[in-house]
Design a protein around this ligand. Structure first.
Ligand SMILES: Nc1ncnc2c1ncn2[C@@H]1O[C@H](COP(=O)(O)OP(=O)(O)OP(=O)(O)O)[C@@H](O)[C@H]1O
Length: 399
């Protein structure tokens, strides 16, 4: 695989001007002038990215963080306010539903129009036409105006065109999600083929597991800026942690609306992993050895009939192990104030890698009182005789 950048984004920013209705007071004060006032909104700020040929990059982030704006800027559909995008090679893009299709033209006419915009001659498109229609699976509607298409039919045809025009770079926004399951699977298979052929793909997705599975790299956008960029596992961990911060802030806001409940709410006030060894500040345990998870819980009001759940998850948040005080047959005494607890796992049989400890406080009916998805992290070291999240001794013999 070559390491030449095929996309170079430098210092890219995009400003939108939003027009808002003025309040009644503002209207009275500005009598006679427009009822709208303008506000600048920066959808992208100082984005620098270099994307190497042959990589699949997942663009992730909360709603409104600028993913589609970045993809459209790369696709040349919107112009940046500052900065530049340099591309090497033919680009095909699947952006907003309907982008690139003319509603009054038929599917057939749109295939030719689209292909010619992407630089294909009529003869070349003639050659690909049947394959495009077959891939799309909408033969019956190919001579219908696309304004009568369902959103799924739109995407089927648009994806079919995009993958048949021999692009070096493929941009795919969330649109694939509107296709039905068999079609999505077909698209993902095609994307895999593209990867093997060394093409470059940028994929916007809210499916973080999908990004982890398909992408070599993930870029996290938050408020128009790059918040993390790197191996999917690391970048997605940043995003998940930020989602959790936002969720806790939401909970805090809700709690602030009823301060009595907030003060009374029980919560974890400390979670750590103890082991004999550490690397770069992170506890490390050798396979087969012991770790101890220490927790501190605080409740200002008396907490009765409650339990603690402790889990171990991969950096991407997939749970591997869960136990609860209930499962362990332990009845926790009522709690008022602060108390410490430990859970000891005398033999850790995980594979090499990093893990997160997640903890949940639950009331007697199982309802969640406080959930901490990444309370602490630790690494496991093995002899290196296997890969995967579970460690098992392996003996190989010739007979
Ligand atoms: N044409 C426009 N005019 C004004 N504001 C816009 C325009 N296009 C996008 N925005 C704003 O820019 C921000 C980023 O939008 P964008 O669609 O890029 O986000 P996104 O990360 O793709 O979100 P989602 O996950 O919801 O699809 C949003 O706040 C959006 O309202």
């Amino acid at each position: 695989m070559s390491t030449t950048p095929v996309i170079r984004i430098e210092d890219l920013s995009k400003r939108f001007v939003i027009r808002k209705e003025k309040s009644l007071k503002e209207r009275l004060l500005n009598f006679g002038r427009s009822n709208l006032h303008k506000e600048d909104f920066w959808a992208l700020r100082d984005v620098d990215l270099e994307i190497e040929a042959g990589t699949t990059v997942g663009l992730v982030g909360p709603n409104g963080s600028g993913k589609s704006t970045l993809l459209k800027t790369i696709g040349g559909i919107i112009q940046p306010t500052t900065g530049s995008v340099l591309l090497r090679g033919r680009l095909a893009a699947l952006l907003e539903l309907g982008a690139g299709f003319h509603p009054d033209l038929t599917g057939r006419e749109n295939v030719y129009l689209n292909a010619s915009i992407l630089g294909l001659s009529r003869q070349t498109t003639d050659r690909y036409f049947d394959a495009i229609v077959e891939f799309s699976g909408i033969e019956r509607f190919i001579d219908t105006q696309v304004k009568f298409y369902s959103s799924g039919m739109y995407v089927r045809l648009a994806f079919a065109v995009a993958v048949h025009v021999d692009p070096d770079i493929l941009l795919v926004d969330e649109v694939l999600a509107v296709g039905d399951e068999p079609f999505q699977r077909k698209c993902l298979e095609r994307i895999r083929t593209f990867q093997k052929e060394g093409r470059t793909i940028i994929l916007v997705s809210h499916g973080l597991d999908q990004v982890a599975e398909f992408c070599d790299r993930a870029v996290v956008l938050e408020n128009g800026r790059v918040a993390a960029d790197g191996a999917p596992e690391d970048a997605l961990m940043v995003l998940r942690a930020d989602f959790e911060v936002a969720r806790q802030a939401d909970l805090a806001r809700l709690a602030a609306a009823s301060p009595q409940d907030a003060a009374a709410a029980a919560r974890f006030t400390g979670i750590s992993v103890r082991s004999d060894d550490s690397e770069g500040g992170r506890p490390v345990v050798d396979e087969g050895e012991t770790i101890t998870i220490a927790m501190e819980v605080r409740s200002d009001a008396e907490l009765r009939d409650w339990s603690i759940e402790v889990g171990i998850a991969t950096p991407l948040g997939n749970p591997l192990f869960v136990t609860t005080t209930e499962m362990l047959g332990i009845d926790l005494a009522p709690l008022q104030g602060t108390r410490q607890f430990t859970l000891t796992l005398p033999e850790v049989h995980l594979g090499s890698g990093d893990y997160a400890v997640r903890t949940t406080l639950r009331s007697g009916d199982g309802a969640e009182i406080h959930y901490v998805p990444v309370g602490a992290q630790f690494s496991v070291r093995t002899a290196g005789s296997s890969r995967g999240h579970v460690f098992m001794p392996a003996i190989f013999e010739a007979h």
